[in-house]
Design a protein around this ligand. Structure first.
Ligand SMILES: Nc1nc2c(ncn2[C@@H]2O[C@H](COP(=O)(O)OP(=O)(O)O)[C@@H](O)[C@H]2O)c(=O)[nH]1
Ligand SMILES: [Mg+2]
Length: 277
């Protein structure tokens, strides 16, 4: 079995930073985790990628081509489609390593996950190559500190879940940047309680809420009834927080379950050594 996290979410939500944080954390625990960069427009990241889509195709190739003339969004989709057409290349680059653990640092264009088929096809390929996958959806916590934004982030998470049909974890990133009061507020949302959300939106007296209160309520109930969406806070400056996320995902993909049980031999205590009396 092979293990993978598909790290997705809007541009700037912290995907690449998360990948390098996990690699570092794993290496401190003597574990090897490697990253595959799937963002053809990536400019900067702090890890050494195992595989880099830019070696196959760069966003600029698609945008600067006189025939193709793509804009940034169309170009991105074209690049991911090109990757799928060259799946032999990807398969060869990934090799065939048993029990490896990879993070796929994906592009930030939300359409790729919500309604286009390309990521779904990539997932099918990875499963064919024996990967057990968890989708890790990143949302910037700074954009989740009021009821309306939280609801919209939740809907985005839901739509990715429905489209990719995989085990799924939502992460609130950049918790280290929140003020104390914002942190307190976000605590109420971690296990989303639609009543808290609704009260919050009512208090905000937004025009939207006045007009569509019932719709907001119905969405809140769907979220509650299906217990579908839960967010885990991540503070990359807090080792325990990183460890918690890693453990949660390890459990979901059952990492380590197939490993041999470590049996340690130990000697029976020798009664002669007992100095207590
Ligand atoms: N303080 C802080 N900054 C972060 C964190 N995660 C990402 N950033 C910053 O947010 C910006 C975008 O992050 P990046 O990982 O490139 O986002 P991506 O587009 O989703 O890959 C960069 O300037 C990062 O340094 C975090 O947990 N804490
Ligand atoms: Mg990135």
């Amino acid at each position: 079995m092979r293990y993978a996290q598909l790290v997705v979410g809007p541009a700037g939500s912290g995907k690449s930073t998360y990948c390098s944080t996990i690699v570092k954390h794993a290496s401190d625990a003597k574990r090897i985790v490697e990253v595959v960069n799937l963002d053809p427009a990536a400019e900067h990241f702090d890890y050494e990628p195992l595989v880099d889509i830019r070696e196959l195709i760069h966003l600029d190739d698609a945008m600067e081509d006189d025939e193709l003339q793509f804009g940034p969004n169309g170009g991105l989709v074209f690049c991911v489609e090109t990757l799928l057409e060259n799946c032999d290349w990807l398969e060869e680059q990934l090799g065939d390593v048993d029990d490896d653990y990879l993070l796929f640092d994906c592009p930030g264009q939300i359409e790729l996950y919500t309604h286009l088929p390309v990521m779904r096809k990539l997932v099918d390929l990875l499963q064919k190559w024996n990967f057990r996958i968890c989708v890790v959806f990143m949302v910037d916590s700074q954009f989740m500190i009021d009821g309306a934004k939280f609801l919209s982030g939740t809907m985005a998470a839901l739509s990715v879940m429905v489209n990719l049909e995989l085990p799924h974890v939502n992460i609130l990133t950049k918790m280290d940047l929140l003020s104390k009061s914002a942190r307190r507020q976000i605590d109420d949302y971690l296990d989303p309680d639609p009543h808290v959300l609704l009260a919050d939106m009512r208090n905000a007296k937004s025009k939207w809420h006045e007009k569509y209160a019932k719709l907001t309520e119905a969405i809140g109930e769907v979220i509650e009834n299906f217990s579908l969406v839960r967010f885990y806070p991540l503070n990359i400056k807090d080792e325990e927080s990183v460890e918690n996320i890693m453990l949660t995902i390890d459990n979901i993909i059952q990492y380590g379950e197939d490993a041999d049980v470590n049996v340690r031999d130990f000697d029976e205590p020798d009664p002669e050594d007992d100095n207590c009396d």
